[in-house]
Design a protein around this ligand. Structure first.
Ligand code: UD1
Ligand code: CA
Length: 448
């Protein structure tokens, strides 16, 4: 049976105290919105509709960045969750199968949970994701009898007896598409908040002879982000899980609590990650690679046998082949380093291709930017770039070529040639002593 997703992300998130829409705040180096979309994607949805409102343009753009096929719909005025879902109705009018409703600010719903809801839908027209809350606070309460959900009561509208119920509404709903939009269009804002409550569809369904069911999940999974403190909690929760998962997968983490993963970090078995390593988005590390202490990596790929750091920074487009070594205080951006390349110390490599087994000396810089445009540096195989070489791009260094230390290379160097581009050294015998004597004499005279 097919699935469509509706992701609600129109709210302002007042309690974040931010100029930025709430769902764009990051956990694990990605907007909250992407976490929700990622969970939904596991069901291979036919269509994904994202309902935006506050910061519509920015939020829509972020949704598209994650999934180009996502359809954005604007809810101009936020009149409640049912009103939000209704905005998606025209876009899913011909949809068959199920609709799953997710919140953009609820990042940790697991794919397995959504799959379980999808299965439970065989028995019920509507399936609501519930949880037992340690502190039920202002959550909507699930009023159930047996495994049938009778109604959902919002805190504001609940009686004391209903408020005492700890079984709560996560907000995630899976429903038959046709039934859902029918029910949503029947919701009226007759409640304490004068809002169109999505939760009312349960009771309306019941009056029409349609049943609702509950799937349960742990409370941690339904954690929503409303404040900066909760954003920090969510980050902690994510990292806790990601570290445990990495260890489980056979990755060595010397000091797990100091390693920060991104939403999509992939680390192979037997890789070693030292202390204080931070991953941005888009990193894959193959089996057996080693990342030493204090590295920052994003948008890069590190092959087996490679070693990186300590204190290295790999930026988007850094591609390290097998057995590459990148050492301390080295930055690599948009560059391909073939097998066995060594970049040991204090170097910037940007917009470059480096052939296998080439050695890059300390203090080398690819001067890739002329103030307006970026240019590429190409270095062949088994070349030797002397310490403190400035490679002024665009420039090519041939296979097996060598540049002398301190050279500023502005022209191509053919294979197997040596390029020396620095002032020639002059040695004057005895001059140092003479110079110093003269200087001391001047100082003595001044002192009087
Ligand atoms: C909602 C549920 C409540 C549940 C809780 C779980 C309703 C009526 N209540 O309450 O039962 O326990 O979530 O967190 O559904 N949104 C829009 N447009 C709107 C209104 C909301 O896009 O017009 C979005 C918000 O941005 C947010 C989500 O829907 O991502 C939930 O809205 P929110 O106002 O936070 O609902 P709650 O009052 O927390
Ligand atoms: Ca909320």
């Amino acid at each position: 049976m097919s699935v469509s997703l509706v992701i609600l992300a129109a709210g302002m998130g007042t309690r974040m105290n931010s100029d930025m829409p709430k769902v764009l705040h990051h956990v694990a180096a990605s907007p909250l919105l992407h976490h929700a979309m990622l969970a939904g994607q596991s069901l291979s949805p036919d269509r994904t509709v994202v309902v935006v409102g506050h910061g519509a343009e920015q939020v829509g753009k972020a949704a598209k960045a994650f999934d180009e096929g996502a359809v954005i719909v604007v809810q101009d005025e936020q009149k409640g969750t049912a009103h939000a879902v209704a905005q998606a109705a025209p876009l899913l009018a011909d949809a068959s199968g199920d609709v799953i409703i997710l919140y953009g600010d609820t990042p940790f719903i697991r794919p397995e949970t959504l799959a379980a809801m999808h299965v439970a839908r065989k028995k019920h027209a509507i399936v609501v994701l519930g949880f037992h809350a340690a502190d039920p606070g202002r959550y909507g309460r699930l009023i159930a009898s047996g495994d049938t959900l009778e109604k959902i009561v919002e805190f504001k509208d609940a009686s004391d007896a209903e408020r005492a119920v700890t079984l709560c509404n996560s907000g995630v709903i899976c429903a038959d598409a046709k039934a859902l939009f029918d029910l949503v269009s029947a919701v009226e804002p007759n409640n304490a908040a004068s809002e169109y409550y999505l939760t009312d569809i349960v009771q309306i369904a019941r009056s029409r002879g349609l049943s609702s069911g509950i799937v349960l999940c742990p409370e941690a999974e339904t954690m929503g982000v409303n404040t900066r403190a909760q954003l920090a909690d969510a980050e902690r929760e994510f990292q806790k899980r990601a570290r445990a998962e990495a260890l489980e997968n056979g990755v060595t983490l010397t000091a797990p609590d100091t390693v920060f993963f991104a939403i999509d970090t992939v680390v192979g078995r037997d890789a070693i990650i030292g202390p204080n390593v931070v991953f941005g988005p888009g990193v894959t590390i193959e089996s057996g690679a080693e990342i030493r202490a204090f590295c920052h990596l994003e948008g890069c790929h590190i092959s087996r046998g490679a070693t990186v750091g300590p204190f290295a920074r790999l930026r988007p487009g850094a591609e390290l082949a097998e057995d590459v070594h990148v050492g301390n205080f080295v930055e690599i951006k948009n560059a391909i380093l073939d097998e066995g390349v060594k970049v040991g110390h204090l170097t910037y490599i940007g917009d470059a291709d480096i052939g296998e087994h080439t050695n890059i000396g300390a203090g080398t810089v690819t001067c890739n930017y002329d103030g307006v445009m970026k240019h590429r540096t190409t270095i062949g195989k088994r070349a030797f770039i002397g310490s403190d070489t400035m490679l002024v791009a665009p420039v090519k260094i041939g296979d097996g070529a060598l540049t002398a230390s301190g050279s500023v290379i502005t022209e191509d160097v053919p294979a197997e040639a040596v390029a020396i581009a620095r002032a020639e050294q002059i040695v004057k015998a005895g001059l140092a002593t003479k110079l110093l004597e003269r200087l001391r004499a001047i100082k003595a005279k001044k002192g009087k």
